[in-house]
Design a protein around this ligand. Structure first.
Ligand SMILES: Nc1ncnc2c1ncn2[C@@H]1O[C@H](COP(=O)(O)OP(=O)(O)OP(=O)(O)O)[C@@H](O)[C@H]1O
Length: 609
């Protein structure tokens, strides 16, 4: 066997020996069909996010003797697509979904070794530790989430004689594109900033920042360029990295701004960045802030009232009727509803309509902070309570909300110890700061919200029953968008706001776009609809928004209703068009090519669907 030359390769071979992998006999590690089905279900959301890119890539590889493979961080193949002949021939060496390709199981191979090395690399022919893998080349790149944590490995494989170093470059570029896409999709309510060094425009950092100005996600370039590590994300204000960010964070009034700002790097005196706002998804009622400070956050919020909430659907109106009645009381309120159904907005509207409206509205996401941080965030801390605590101590959200309302979002995520502490506060409305002894009385109305079935959590023992009963003084349930009868009206209402944001003429929806809005499942509810309409409005050249302007991940998930019994020729044609559009991940040129029609004809036909 040849001695590996690269350092990482050498180390990987050493590890393979250490794991007692036998080069001549492969270990058998494949999940059974039902086990794999269950296993993959947990990764479904991620696979949906990357589906359009994977399908597009697989289409290119289809007749090239190569395949694209996605492995998770344990090395299991979650998805393999591409040349069917290659896939069939390599079944015997476990290039199949559910097989484990970790180094512990199969020795040196690109997916397993990327999991350890966390960098793009290719393993070609005899560089593989297992002899049966010598027929292969594998080029793989890590896919990191916006926090810089490994999410999965993207791998392209084929027969080793077909390998060319370009393939690794291509895999790396696609993995980074997937990461950017994930960053954009997961940055709801954030402002997305693009940043590049003054004299080097071929590198583009992307930063997601929340309305407080705190960094919530980055792409790989940003982490490399700004030398950020995982712990900084979620804990650093943009102004700690770059000077004069206020200009950048001020509201631009439209989703994309062409303004480019020259900003100074705070850590390196000589470096200057060129920055621009790529997308501003901050809710329209939140003002950007210079510093992360809940006091300011409270005072600068432009309040959301019941007038901002659109709803003509019976069950939504029932919920709002209850919310208005609840506003007049001081009862604790529990709001449930899927993500994006308006829980945050309703809680603000309740506060505004209550006698507490002149006082602070303070929100905290119980699932977004660690257990130890949640305690000091809620109850505050005294000077010197822990390493890194401020000299002067710090008031918690309860104190900051004194006289007003405290919104506990994602309450189901609250750790058990904190549930006990919260229950205690709800009994006597007295808190003690971390590291302190003095009890402080607080006058706060609590509104809690969750997207999960809290009662189920009580039944499975992960949420305290006594706290559950305390919280649901009044229980408001918001319906999911797919069950609302006013979907089209909401879309038109949202479009009017988007029109203003984009400074466009009156925007309208084509009949096909209207049918999409009516029939698509909208798992992300009003938030997802808003995002999709923004993207569509942005892409539409005229004032008419059509099906093709919607994001491809929605089109590839959408099946327009076809009557299976009385299919007219037209219905069959529509079905074929939508099915092909799904298969190509919403790619118009490819769809037209497959159907054998021109792009313009396809556009024309899509308008009539
Ligand atoms: N009734 C409504 N009328 C107009 N816009 C709405 C309505 N409900 C929600 N929205 C829009 O949907 C977005 C999501 O709403 P909100 O943040 O209140 O949802 P949520 O249920 O709190 O979501 P999550 O559980 O993910 O935090 C808002 O930014 C707002 O633009």
């Amino acid at each position: 066997m040849p001695e590996p030359i690269n350092t990482w390769l050498k180390k990987s071979w050493e590890r393979s020996r250490m794991y007692n992998v036998d080069p001549a006999v492969a270990r058998d590690a494949i999940l059974g069909a039902s086990e794999f089905k269950q296993y993959r279900e947990q990764k479904e959301a991620f696979l949906r996010e990357i589906k359009p890119t994977l399908e597009r890539l697989a289409n290119w590889l289809k007749s090239s003797g190569s395949v694209v493979v996605i492995c998770d961080t344990a090395g299991y193949i979650l998805k393999s697509m591409g040349d069917p002949v290659f896939l069939n021939e390599t079944k015997k060496i476990h290039v199949v979904e559910g097989a484990c390709w970790s180094e512990q199981v199969r020795g040196t191979n690109s997916a397993g070794t990327v999991i350890v090395e966390q960098k793009p690399l290719a393993v070609v022919g005899r560089e593989h530790y297992l002899e049966e893998n010598h027929i292969l080349y594998c080029a793989a790149s890590p896919i990191f989430d916006p926090h810089g944590r490994l999410l999965a490995v993207l791998n392209v494989s084929g027969y080793h004689e077909k390998y060319h170093p370009h393939i690794l470059g291509m895999v790396d570029v696609i993995a980074r594109e997937i990461e950017d896409r994930i960053l954009i999709h997961r940055s709801d309510k954030q402002i997305l900033i693009s940043l590049y060094p003054e004299h080097k425009q071929n590198q583009q950092a992307l930063l997601a920042v929340n309305h407080d100005g705190v960094l919530t996600g980055t792409n790989r370039e940003a982490r490399e360029m700004l030398q950020l590590d995982k712990s900084t994300i979620g804990n650093v204000h943009l102004s700690e990295l770059i000077s004069d960010v206020q200009r950048l964070l001020q509201r631009h009034g439209k989703i994309c701004s062409n303004d480019i700002f020259a900003l100074q790097d705070k850590t390196k005196e000589q470096s200057r960045w060129m920055a621009s706002v790529l997308i501003d998804m901050r809710p329209h009622f939140n003002a950007p802030l210079e510093k992360r400070n809940s006091k300011q956050a409270t005072s600068l919020r432009t309040p959301c009232t019941f007038a901002n909430l659109y709803g003509n659907d019976r069950s939504f109106q029932t919920a709002i009727h209850l919310a208005k009645k609840a506003a007049a009381t001081d009862y604790t309120i529990l709001i449930t509803g899927e993500s994006g159904t308006g829980k945050d907005m309703v809680s603000q509207a309740i506060h505004q309509a209550s006698l507490r409206s002149g006082k602070p509205f303070v929100a905290i996401n119980c699932g977004a902070v660690t257990k130890s941080l949640l305690e000091s965030e809620l109850f505050g801390y005294e000077a010197g309570a822990f390493t890194g605590a401020k000299q002067s101590g710090h008031p918690g959200k309860f104190e900051l909300a004194h006289g007003g309302t405290l919104f506990l979002d994602e309450i189901a995520e609250m750790p058990p110890e904190m549930q006990v502490a919260l229950l205690r506060v709800l009994q006597d409305f007295t808190i003690t700061r971390v590291g302190g002894t003095k009890p402080i009385r607080v006058d706060v109305r609590i509104i809690a919200a969750t997207h999960t079935d809290l009662w189920k959590k009580v039944q499975d023992g992960s949420f305290r029953a006594d706290l559950f009963y305390r919280l649901q003084g009044i229980h408001i349930t918001l319906p999911p968008l797919r069950k609302r009868s006013d979907r089209l009206e909401i879309a038109r209402f949202l479009l009017r706001n988007i029109q203003e944001e984009l400074q466009k003429e009156t925007l309208s929806l084509s009949p096909a776009a209207e049918r999409l809005i009516e029939n698509y499942a909208w798992p992300g509810n009003i938030r997802q609809l808003t995002g999709a309409l923004r993207e569509a409005a942005f892409l539409a050249d005229s004032s008419m928004i059509d099906l093709v302007h919607f994001p491809s991940y929605i089109l590839s998930d959408y099946t327009p209703h076809v009557n299976k019994h009385v299919s007219s020729l037209k219905q069959l044609e529509n079905h074929a068009i939508m099915e092909t559009l799904q298969k190509t991940g919403g790619n118009i040129s490819q769809t037209a090519r497959i159907l054998g029609i021109g792009r313009n004809t396809l556009y024309r036909k899509l308008k009539k669907i």
